[in-house]
Design a protein around this ligand. Sequence first.
Ligand code: PLP
Length: 385
Amino acid sequence: MSTLPYLKFAGPVITDEMADAVRDTMVSGWLTSGPQVSAFEAALSNYHGGRPTRVFTSATAAMEVAFEVCGIGPGDEVITSAMTFFSVGNMIEKVGATTVFVDCDLITRNINLDQVERAITPRTKAIVPTHMSGLPCEMDRLYAIAKKHGLRVIEDAALAIGSSWQGKRIGAFGDIATFSFHPNKNMTTIEGGAAVFANPDEAKRAEVLRFHGITRLADGTRDVTVAGGKFNMSDVSARLGLGQLAMLDTWNAHRQSLAHTYMTLLGPIADEFGIVLPAPAHTNEPTGHSWNMYCVLLPFEKPWQAQLTRKQFIAALHAQGIGIGISYEAMHLTSLFRGKGHREGEHPMAERIAQQTVTLPLHAAMTETEVARVVKSLISFLAKA
Ligand SMILES: *Cc1c(COP(=O)(O)O)cnc(C)c1O
């Protein structure tokens, strides 16, 4: 067992000042959505070039509401990557649409746009690309495809707050982008999410859909115009979000520097050990990557012929006080989608990533020395395997 402090693979930074501000909100007499939510939405909007922004209880909720705002439902097809978090497929199915999976690129892990083009049918309504680990998809080409075919784009930007494409922030251009404030993301509201819209009317409809479908009448009573959900953020969460957003760019710069250190240490030995490194930030734009995660592929064989399994690797690093994550499983191979007829072999890149990926520790409180410690443990494990 290591005597060094346990190194989590992800996690938030909450300063005393942020905790004090949250406490002030908790005793202010207003706990649920109120002035702090309005202030947080204004700050997020400002961060994204003044675009209309609404906050929710999660990115999953934000995405469900965005689908409803776009009128996505039964009979519609929605194209997404087999390599993303479960919430994307779940929400497509939940609103009654059909999930059409395409594969991803092995290195960027982002949706394969050639395959997106081939998957478009007259029933296609939207594309939902995930900016994996915070690396933006090829935005010019993505939006050219969407425009050509009249499709909506709901960007899963859960990992990409602060990322940019050619100098423009993700969320500050394009159609709709949804963000997550789960504790493992680049900023947190404990649980929470946001949607940034291009169209102010759609933002207003999202506001109604997130709170029971209620509209207020002139006589002071309420009406329900649509069967809305209950996805409004509390003021307590929003107050934390305000403090976090103020630190986001500083934290993202630190994440970039840690990722750079991983690259520098692992780059020269990656081939020798069969490690596949993630794509660096777009080379013309080193600051465009939020680096929510640093995921590498390790040469794990299929478990039944295992010399080296991922489970053994995770246990070995855990014993040395290092936490390792897995992001993500291949979505088309969940029981949900197997039940709809999906099978192994459909999306080879997503399936390989699902088998081989490990998420190395990377978060705003980490040090360069800790990156070196992770790399040392990783190499000593692979050298013994
Ligand atoms: C975390 C995550 C989500 C969901 O975010 P929640 O706020 O937990 O709902 C969606 N997509 C991706 C890629 C994520 O990593």
